[in-house]
Ligand binder design. Structure first.
Ligand code: LFR
Length: 516
């Protein structure tokens, strides 16, 4: 047999990707690497359409499915051309969102997007009946408006809910279409608000309390599939999928199907060399999974469920190999991307070219830094639409810094971009400081992974804001985490996931700013 290939289907909020990872044995090197071949890339985004209660934000799942099949066809073609044996497929996506299936396993409607406004009132109703502290003690999840449990309560009022036989998270839905088998992969299931963070099982007593508080939910528990851990084989490609893609009898693995879980699994975290002073806290590297969101925090062995942690609103999402992602969601490049999307649309409508992100970032780098800081941990930037207007409004309102001073209100595009990136960097630094204090570690380095790790200016600003060295890369951390969980489970590599990543990707380091 030729070299082993594993396919990662990685669905993000702005695009989906299908990557073929070719795992080499390393030859004379101690650890082999992975070569990534992109086999498909297709756009994604929340689609606004008129619903009964006004505009609804949903995902066009069938468009994603077509993109996935096209990517798998290309992966089969590339593998055949290179003599690679495809030995596994795994699917990951953003968290929380899910499809509702009827008795025949069909999607009842397009899956809702977590940015839809319907969740906010549902959150209030849920906390009236089961206070946040009781959720946190079991699930360890931060309070976010869109956690699946609020979406389920919001949707249970609909007539459609009675037809729902099963709730499947987005990656599990894709895996179901590929294999015919329905499971709930645990890293992603941990973002539903229905999983016990200590036992990594469905939180039955909490689910029963919710069902008692919201009789319209009916038997919610029976609608949740069996939980599986990353590395388990869910099933094998259905004959019709083999036919449609040209792939063979390939196993489909449960991977760390929450994209952030895969990204952190592949983040080559390493504290800076050196030993802690006797009695000092252990040293650790923090991560920033940088994309639509910035997910900022630490990898831990066990959840932190203390009152202080709850008050700081840190989440304990579940990771590979029994780990916990102790982090907070910082608004991320979403704010910048939405501004750029709007500006491009306006420029193109005026007959000009779309915005060139590289030049815009260069111009932002030349702007004075630290003029004012937006609250990028708040919820005011969650929804799409008029983002630049909302950023301007926030700058004009009560924000930290000197914005209010006459003559220095940032208003040009580069100045607004600089404010956004300064604010993201400051948000990351603040979260890292709090995570270290709450988890009792000393953070000595920051690893930035994901698409956002290509943003030089942001990496530099994070190094300045934290006073720590920043190691940037890999860009494709999520796809690497996805396919290396498969490769390990298939026995195609005996090295650790992080060692294979170190052997595969060159990192760039940004030194912290010299102290002044
Ligand atoms: C990142 C991410 C975050 C999650 C958010 C919504 O893509 O998965 O981890 O909080 O999207 O699902």
């Amino acid at each position: 047999a030729g070299p082993a290939g594993f396919v990662a289907v990685d669905l993000g909020a702005t695009s989906g990707r299908v990557m073929l990872g070719i795992v080499s044995d390393g030859g004379d090197a101690p650890v082999g690497g992975v070569e990534l071949v992109e086999c498909g890339r297709f756009p994604n985004g929340p689609v606004a359409s008129a619903g009964s209660g006004g505009d609804e934000l949903r995902w066009d799942f069938e468009a994603l499915w077509r993109g996935i099949l096209g990517g798998l066809r290309e992966a089969a073609r590339v593998a055949a051309g290179r003599g690679v044996e495809v030995r596994g497929i795994g699917v990951d996506s953003w968290a929380v969102d899910h499809g509702l299936l009827d008795d025949d396993g069909r999607l009842i409607a397009r899956p809702w997007c977590y940015r839809d406004g319907r969740n906010e009132p549902a959150r209030t109703r849920v906390y009236e009946r089961v206070p946040f502290a009781e959720h946190y003690a079991v699930t360890g999840l931060q309070d976010l408006p869109f956690t699946s449990v609020f979406q389920l309560v919001a949707g249970a009022a609909d007539d459609d809910w009675r037809r729902v036989a099963q709730v499947l998270l987005i990656p599990d839905l894709v895996t179901y279409r590929l294999t015919g088998r329905r499971v709930a992969e645990v890293t992603n299931a941990s973002t539903t608000g229905l999983v016990d963070a200590r036992s990594r099982t469905w939180a039955d007593p909490l689910i029963a309390r919710l069902a008692a508080g919201f009789p319209e939910l009916g038997d919610l528990r029976s609608r949740l599939p069996e939980l599986v851990e990353p590395g388990a084989v869910v099933g094998r490609l259905l004959p019709e999928i083999r036919e449609a893609t040209g792939l063979g009898d390939v196993p489909v693995y449960a991977v760390a199907s929450h994209d952030t879980a895969s990204a952190v699994a592949a983040a080559p975290l390493a504290a800076e060399p050196g030993e802690p002073a006797p009695g000092a806290a252990p040293r650790a590297a923090a991560y920033v999974s940088s994309g639509t969101w910035s997910l900022v925090g630490l990898e831990l062995d066990a959840p932190v469920l203390t009152d202080a942690s709850r008050a700081a609103n840190f989440t304990n999402e579940l990771g590979v190999d029994g780990t916990v992602r102790y982090l907070r969601n910082v608004m991320g490049l979403w704010i910048l991307n939405e501004c750029v999307r709007e500006w491009s649309e306006a420029d193109v409508a005026a007959g000009g070219p779309a915005v060139d992100l590289g030049s815009l970032l260069d111009a932002a780098a030349g702007e004075p830094g630290g003029r004012c800081l937006l609250d990028v941990e708040g919820e005011e930037f969650l929804a799409p639409g008029d983002m630049a207007g909302r950023v301007r409004a926030a700058i004009a309102g009560p924000v930290d810094g000197a914005a209010g001073e006459a003559g220095d209100v940032p208003d040009t595009r580069p100045a607004l971009v600089r404010v956004i990136l300064d604010s993201l960097a400051a948000g990351c630094a603040q979260v890292i400081g709090r995570a270290a204090a709450l988890a009792g570690v000393e953070v000595t380095a920051v690893h930035v992974v994901g698409g956002g790790s290509q943003n030089d200016l942001l990496n530099r600003l994070i190094a300045e804001a934290t006073g720590l060295p920043v190691h940037a890369g890999p860009v494709e951390a999520t796809a690497l985490g996805n396919l290396l969980v498969q490769a390990r489970a298939a026995g195609a590599t005996s090295a650790t996931i992080r060692d294979v990543v170190r052997a595969s990707a060159a990192l760039r380091t940004y030194a912290p700013a010299p102290a002044v």
